[in-house]
Design a protein around this ligand. Structure first.
Ligand code: 5GP
Ligand code: ZN
Length: 125
């Protein structure tokens, strides 16, 4: 168990397998807490995912105990958007999306931020 009261690792979780490098991915950034990698089916010229290494299933599981972690996750967004080639704000920018639950359109049940950007048109969104 982690200090957040959720399992650190779910052996059946796709993104836990990606964190463990059991499934290959194209890395964008990695540190002790987070792994960031290109989405396999990008909607936009830039489309990568930011995930905590710990298995947190969704935003619905976030509590005050996660405030520090979530702050550090948010702070990665503009830094990695610029690194990956999103055009500068305000004429450029990016979209930050977190689908949550079935009605929220979440397919992979391991918390992830989608960061999408680049010159339009995009495939979707
Ligand atoms: P969700 O619909 O849960 O918000 O987003 C899941 C995302 O994970 C989708 O955009 C999908 O393309 C991406 N994805 C699913 N399987 C894989 C995979 O094996 N590797 C990578 N890099 N992305 C994946
Ligand atoms: Zn997981």
């Amino acid at each position: 168990m982690s200090t957040h009261g959720v399992v650190d690792h779910d052996p059946d979780c796709l993104f836990c397998k990606i964190v463990a490098k059991k499934i290959p991915s194209r890395p964008v950034y990695e540190d002790d807490e987070f792994y960031c990698f290109h989405d396999i089916a990008p909607w936009a010229p830039v489309h990568f995912l930011i995930i905590p290494k710990a298995h947190i299933p969704s935003m619905a599981h976030i509590t005050d105990a996660h405030a520090g972690l979530m702050g550090r996750m948010m702070a990665l967004v503009p830094k990695l958007a610029a690194q990956e080639g999103c055009n500068p704000y305000p004429d450029g920018g990016f979209r930050l999306v977190t689908n949550t639950g079935v009605e929220g359109g979440q397919e992979v049940r391991h918390l992830h931020f989608h960061v999408m950007g680049g010159s339009r048109p995009w495939l979707r969104g």
